[in-house]
Design a protein around this ligand. Structure first.
Ligand code: NAG
Ligand code: NAG
Ligand code: NAG
Ligand code: NAG
Ligand code: NAG
Ligand code: NAG
Ligand code: NAG
Ligand code: NAG
Ligand code: NAG
Length: 549
């Protein structure tokens, strides 16, 4: 009995093994995809359908790709061999893959000896090659030299190695990504071999410590540049690289998350910030660079300030006088401004402890407490999106804000700025569609606060004590006339019940109504269906409130 049982289990295992080592093939139109990934293969299986066009052999244990391993598979155009523990590829391994355009060899243990010089001789159509995350200590120049049709290349970035004739031959290359990238310095002549290549995208997440200002000059056609996650170097230093792109048209530059290794801060001098405008640049991302101050005057100094459409400064610790905010109006084509999430950075710095320097980048930084001023803000006239949430400001009363040039603003996030009350007005935001005022204390609420926003579609007001602020709003003044309001988020306001007339203007428009983090009430948006206030109220009582408790 026992023996029988063991045999039975063993045969089950055997069946399992057989099933799991089978590939699956799906056919859609002319595409024949055979998926053999993660099946524990130690060799390229023999039974792959010969009309396969896309073959996935990733996540196996292939070790060696022998000569003629794919010779039956003349129609394969895309071959995935990533994470397959490959260390040796024989010189005729890809023989027969005459239609191969995309080859993924990422995350194996290849070095320069694993790739024979002639390995791609029969694959002259190769356009996409991923050699990243391998063990290269030298660039496989001889192999690259033959790949004259290559358009996209990912490869290890090797420190102390120059780019040679292999790279120079990649005349059609448009995308180059170094991964992982150990390169520590870029000199004026580092990229010389790329001079006649129309590279459009370069990703350079490296270990840069030293740069020379002319280093990017060879990239005449660059559209998108990623210089993020270089942990050893300050943004204020990296910005000099833009010197090499002077007067070029560039779509986006990403400087995300540099300078992480030292607990120190960065200060951008006006002349450094102005480098952004040396280039005719549309979008720049300066997220997470430990910036504590941007000296005023930088925007005025930008030569191509009219090019900038998107400026992201979030997750820094920016202090500084308000003039940089006032200057922003000069970015006349800016559509998107994100300066959210400025954290307090506790670091030793050499920054001048000058009172005026250490003011927060604070929209309400003036005499608000005694009498309520109306502060005028001039915005860039094409601005549509403003995120000034979580600026790390001192808790203060909100002031009246009078925006000029705000006719295009449709998104305004003011959450997390801990206003002590909601007694103020925003003027000028006549086209606003989304407003977030979460984490203010609206116990004291001016019921006309948002009444100037006739196009409002989404109102987010979490954790704002609105239950207190709205308790006496028996006529439903707060939301009156906001006929387009579709989404209301009043979660974590401690509501028990609403005044009868609270939502009279929304009975046609409302689609969703959130009362807690956990509960979202979907209300069908149909013109015939009258918004059922009692139903909402009872749901609020039964589901939401009990859920909160
Ligand atoms: C492809 O495989 C089919 C069925 O296995 C076979 O009949 C056919 O001859 C093969 N074609 C080529 C070109 O090898
Ligand atoms: C390969 O593709 C060509 C053209 O799409 C087709 O005529 C041929 O039958 C395919 N080969 C196999 C073995 O299916
Ligand atoms: C790389 O390959 C190894 C071994 O094949 C595997 O364990 C690991 O998960 C892979 N890493 C990635 C990022 O795919
Ligand atoms: C690098 O190039 C820049 C711009 O062309 C030039 O100003 C600088 O002097 C050069 N530096 C070196 C070390 O050659
Ligand atoms: C940048 O773009 C503008 C407008 O499209 C064009 O007139 C100008 O020649 C371009 N400049 C460069 C250096 O390509
Ligand atoms: C403080 O900053 C102001 C304005 O930037 C400047 O005029 C003044 O000289 C600075 N004072 C010191 C002690 O650095
Ligand atoms: C604050 O108000 C007082 C009196 O109205 C005025 O003298 C002072 O200049 C104001 N301070 C600022 C920073 O506007
Ligand atoms: C807002 O500013 C505009 C232009 O500066 C001015 O005409 C208007 O009266 C101001 N509105 C308020 C309420 O202060
Ligand atoms: C909110 O404001 C009210 C009235 O100004 C005050 O009594 C209350 O303590 C404040 N709540 C918080 C959490 O600050």
């Amino acid at each position: 009995m026992k023996v029988l049982r063991i045999v039975y289990v063993a045969s089950l295992l055997l069946i399992d093994k057989c099933l799991s080592s089978k590939c699956t093939t799906t056919r859609t139109g002319n595409d024949v995809s055979t998926d053999c990934h993660g099946r524990g293969f130690r060799y390229v299986p023999r039974n792959i359908p010969n009309d396969t066009t896309c073959l996935d052999l990733s996540d196996n244990e292939l070790s060696i790709i022998f000569n003629f391993a794919f010779s039956r598979l003349k129609n394969v155009s895309s071959l995935k061999l990533s994470s397959a523990q490959i260390s040796v590829i024989e010189s005729k391994a890809f023989s027969g893959l005459v239609k191969l355009t995309s080859l993924d060899l990422c995350n194996n243990t290849l070095d320069i000896h694993s790739l024979p010089e002639n390995v791609f001789d029969s694959s002259s159509f190769l356009r996409i090659l991923d050699l990243s995350k391998n063990n290269f200590r030298y660039y496989p120049e001889k192999v690259l030299e033959k790949l004259t049709n290559l358009e996209r290349l990912s490869i290890n970035g090797i420190d102390d190695q120059t780019f040679g004739n292999g790279f120079r031959s990649l005349r059609k290359l448009t995308y180059l990504n170094f991964d992982p990238c150990m390169i520590t310095r870029i000199d004026n002549n580092t990229f010389d071999v790329f001079k006649n290549i129309q590279l459009k995208e370069l990703s350079f997440q490296c270990k840069i410590r030293y740069v020379e200002p002319g280093a990017l000059i060879p990239f005449q056609s660059i559209e998108s540049l990623d210089i993020s996650n270089n942990f050893y170097v300050r943004l204020s230093y990296l910005l000099q690289l833009l010197n090499g792109l002077m007067d070029r048209n560039v779509t986006s530059i990403n400087f995300y998350n540099n300078f992480r290794t030292v607990p120190a801060a960065d200060v951008l001098l006006a002349s450094q910030f102005a480098m952004i405008g040396a280039v005719c640049l549309k979008e720049i991302d300066l997220t997470r660079n430990r910036i504590i101050s941007i000296q005023s005057g930088g925007i005025s100094l930008m030569k191509h300030k009219n090019c900038l459409e998107k400026l992201i400064l979030k997750e820094n610790s920016i202090w500084g006088d308000r003039s940089i905010v006032i200057e922003i109006a000069k970015l006349v084509n800016l559509r998107w401004l994100d300066i959210s999430n400025q954290a307090t950075l506790h670091v030793k710095t050499k920054v001048n402890k000058n009172k005026t320097c250490l003011r927060r980048l604070d929209m309400t930084d003036t005499n608000y407490s005694s009498d309520r001023l109306t502060i005028a803000f001039q915005l860039p006239r094409n601005l549509q999106y403003i995120d000034v949430s979580y600026l790390g400001v001192r808790s203060s009363g909100l002031v009246n804000l009078n925006f000029t040039n705000a006719g295009k603003v449709d998104f305004f996030n003011l959450a997390g700025n801990k206003f002590k009350d909601c007694l103020e007005h925003f003027y000028g935001l006549s086209r606003l569609q989304t407003l977030d005022i979460s984490d203010s204390n609206c116990s004291e609420l001016d019921l006309k606060m948002i009444s100037f926003m006739p196009y409002l579609k989404t109102l987010i007001s979490r954790r704002t004590h609105l239950n207190v602020g709205l308790q006496n709003d028996v006529n439903g003044e707060f939301l009156k006339q906001l006929f387009g309001l579709k989404h209301i988020d009043f979660s974590d306001n401690g509501f028990f019940t609403f005044n009868q007339n609270m939502f009279v203007s929304q009975y046609r428009s409302l689609i969703s109504f959130d009362l807690s983090k956990k509960q979202i009430f979907q209300i069908p948006n149909s013109n015939q269906q009258i918004f059922n206030f009692d139903e909402i109220k009872s749901r609020a009582k039964s589901e939401c409130f009990s859920a909160e408790i």
